[in-house]
Write a protein that binds this ligand. Structure first.
Ligand SMILES: *Cc1c(COP(=O)(O)O)cnc(C)c1O
Length: 372
């Protein structure tokens, strides 16, 4: 019986049915494991290399990443990002990134990799697959949907062109999660995700993972984690395993709510632009529909000025003003306040949570009316 993702995630944490045994395994708190004689014979030896709670989590995530996927979890999304850069890039290599690359990844490249001779080429997301952009590069890094502008990149199309050019492809899949989008099945070499966002979904866990199909890359990612030591705590890994049981429910509700909010915003004369791949008017809607199961929790919209955006956020009763996204609690921020991205001062990025859609719509309307 081939189980669907929803069922598999719920059953991932179950223990074998021994009378009187707990239904679910708890986190395994251990630095050292019983390792008599030849240490190679023990499945677990020392906790920086492996831990049974990671193994359970990695199996659950691998199921989401699809056929043949192997996963390694890290202590944060950025540790997972840095691991892919570290195993693929050597001095003299060039990595191609989109101009609106997640700022944390940009900082890792600029502060850790450029000083040792890696070259970074940033181009508009639409140009990533062009032959002269890919020529001579080692790795192309994409993020789709990107944020805060929710740009969509055709993963399968890009992978085909990159393979022809001999360039590796890594997809930062944080906004979609592997439940909504499977980069490895679309041809990517690496699928990377910050599990701190929609994957775990309660705004209380910092985690990340890398998924690959190729055994050699898996070995390198695994070795990088053991030596770099950016390992997840057993408690975090266990909480993640529990959080994943509700990922389909959370993401379905968030996506439906986000679409309803986006459609309402689009009708408003005081909203200049609404960016959500679920809108038929979005430039990437067709590709998003082909490569995503649902459109995710994140949308952005633009008001005329910084001051109206600030009045909107102050007047909303249900949007918690915070960075990050993907939690059950709706949150929003005026993205320009960080100064990281080249975006309009009135742009608000919203992470739509799992509240009742009527409450969200009513709150958005009253906050917009008050911001005029
Ligand atoms: C948050 C985020 C990361 C980094 O993840 P952390 O868990 O915060 O380290 C990487 N990529 C994207 C797209 C993100 O949004």
């Amino acid at each position: 019986m081939v189980l669907k993702d929803e069922t598999r995630l719920i059953r991932a944490a179950l223990t074998p049915a021994q009378p009187g045994a707990p239904m679910h395994a708890g986190p395994v708190f251990a630095t050292a494991f019983h390792t008599p004689g030849d240490p190679g014979l023990a499945e677990y030896s020392y906790a920086r290399s492996h831990n049974p709670t990671w193994t359970a989590l990695e199996a659950a995530v691998a199921g989401l990443e699809g056929e043949g996927a192997e996963v390694r979890v890290f202590s944060s999304g950025l540790a997972a990002v840095a691991a892919v850069f570290a195993v693929t890039l050597r001095p003299g290599d060039e990595v191609v990134v989109p101009e609106d690359l997640y700022f944390g990844a940009r900082q890792v490249l600029e502060e850790m990799f450029v000083p040792v001779g890696v070259r970074v080429r940033a181009v508009a997301a639409e140009r990533l697959g062009e032959a002269e952009v890919l020529a001579g590069a080692r790795l192309v890094w994409i993020e789709t949907p990107s944020n805060p502008r929710l740009t969509i990149t055709d993963i399968a199309g890009l992978c085909e062109r990159a393979r022809a050019a001999g360039v590796l492809v890594a997809v930062d899949n944080t906004t979609a999660t592997p439940y909504a989008q499977r980069p490895l099945e679309l041809g990517a070499d690496f699928s990377v995700c910050s599990d701190s966002k929609s994957m775990c979904g309660h705004s209380d866990l910092l985690l990340g993972h890398v998924a690959v199909r190729d055994r050699e890359w898996l070995q390198k990612i695994d070795r990088h984690r053991t030596l770099g030591g950016a390992v997840a705590g057993p408690m975090e890994a266990w909480l993640a395993l529990r959080s994943l049981q509700t990922l389909p429910l959370r993401l379905e509700r968030s996506s439906a709510n986000a679409l309803a909010v986006a459609e309402m915003l689009r009708e408003r004369a005081d909203v200049e632009e609404v960016l959500y791949p679920g809108l038929t008017t979005h430039a990437g809607h067709g590709i998003a529909t082909r490569q995503m199961r649902m459109y995710g929790a994140v949308l952005s919209f633009t008001l005329s000025a910084q001051s109206s955006a600030e009045r909107f956020l102050a007047g909303s009763k249900l949007l918690t003003e915070a960075t990050s996204f993907g939690g059950v609690t709706s949150s929003a921020e005026r993205r320009g306040r960080w100064g990281h991205d080249a975006i309009a001062p009135g742009l608000i990025r919203v992470s739509v949570g799992c509240e009742h859609v009527d409450d969200l719509l009513e709150d958005f309307r009253q906050a917009l009316d008050g911001a005029r």
